[in-house]
Design a protein around this ligand. Sequence first.
Ligand code: BG6
Length: 518
Amino acid sequence: MMVEPPQTEANPLRQALPRAQAPQPCAIVLFGATGDLAHRKLVPALYRLYHRGHLPTECAIVGFGRRDWSDDDLRKEYEASFPASEKGGDFKDVWPQFASRIVFTPGTFDDPGAFRALKAKLEELDRTHGTRGNRVFYMAVDPEFFRPIIDQLGEAELIHDWRQESPWSRVVVEKPFGHDLESARQLSRDVSRVLDEDQVYRIDHYLGKETVQNILALRFGNSIFEPLWNRRRVASIQITVAEEVGMPGNRGSYYDSAGAIRDMVQNHMLQLLCLVAMEPPVDLSADAVRSEKVKVLQALPRWTPEEVYRHVVRAQYSAGSIEGADVPGYRQEKGVAADSTTAPYVAMRLTLNNWRWAGVPIFLRTGKRLPKRATEIAIQFKKPPTQLFDVEHDGNSAGNQLVLRIQPNEGASLTFEAKIPGSRRRLQEVRMDFRYGTAFASPPPEAYERLLLDVMLGDPTLFTRTDEVENAWRFIGSILDAWDRPDAPPPVEYPAGSWGPQAADELIKRDGATWRRL
Ligand code: BG6
């Protein structure tokens, strides 16, 4: 029996997700259904969509995995790992309705029989759950399985012809898409044997964050910022993605082959940079936005190895303490080689080779085991041409700074100088602040909610196109090649729980700047 999803929120202004469009009936197949991503992010996001009434009524979730589980086993697993903080309210009534849509199909990715069984299961769901042949295949698996799964989907004729409007098939590919430029190109070629580009949704979950989408709203939905948004008015840009976590669970073994450069910079940080630096698109269609982003990636520097050593700092954390607890150094983490040169911290200074930004230093930094989790973008504006007032601080005034807080405390603030009341002409820095939580009366939804909904709606705007991925790899490739050379300086160290290595402070000091204290 089908149960109608509850319609819980009456006030549409509180809804950060679009209401106008409802996705068509579909089945969502999760490859890697027993893995961490499905448990921690995907299933909770699907539940929340269901709870808000955004999942189609005719919908099924198909877990595909190696275990010998029943539908009930999978439902219980997902329920047990659901965030405890969200299990209050009407959870105990709504969860069973949601869970009744979850089914499990056992199988391995190299077994054509398992994919034939999957096909039969999907056809059965078309009849029992009204999913009408529409399918989302979500690859929440290690990258080495992307190709075998796509091949099997093709072999089993599970992918519909892209030219037909319905039924449709869409494949969501998690990052990393390739390991370098060559492997990314090879993967694109392999994928294109089975899928059309329109059927491939390369996910970068940062693009699903409400605050990240707000970068475009702030820039192009207002008229006051854009005239200042260029090399004439901007002194520098800083993008920070700081994390407290180290290598939880079995993360170390994947991470040691990636490092911050592949895990964070190639995708999340370059995407943030694209949104900050791009030209206004002609409209907000997927291709218009993505074409402007590609131009930013094409303007990234082409560095020689010596330039990489000068402009990029890589570092590993040594043992230290976070919030009073002792934590091991990177090389002592489970799954990490004792002589690893992989860097969980990267800082770099770059400039973009285009008219808008030429000469403006852009600083990126990201690292694990930093003192706290914080992602922000800071636009530092130039100082006034003359100083008429006495400035009341230690010389480290931020001056005019626009800070976009991506997470946590989502929002934005603008700092400027104001006259301290009294007879003297003294100035002090003050701040105007916008907070999502207070302005919109609810916290922004999780990135995966928005992205899953967009896949079901067939809107690829927030997914990366193949030329974006390749241009990002081209830039990252020059850094990786330089680090691979025998004369490359090894990673430097920083104590866990500190704000990174001294070399990163020296890097930014060369431009007379300092990293923002977060
Ligand atoms: C993932 C990375 O893509 O993003 C992780 O693989 C990282 O290493 C995570 O911790 C950070 O995501 P968020 O949304 O918590 O900032």
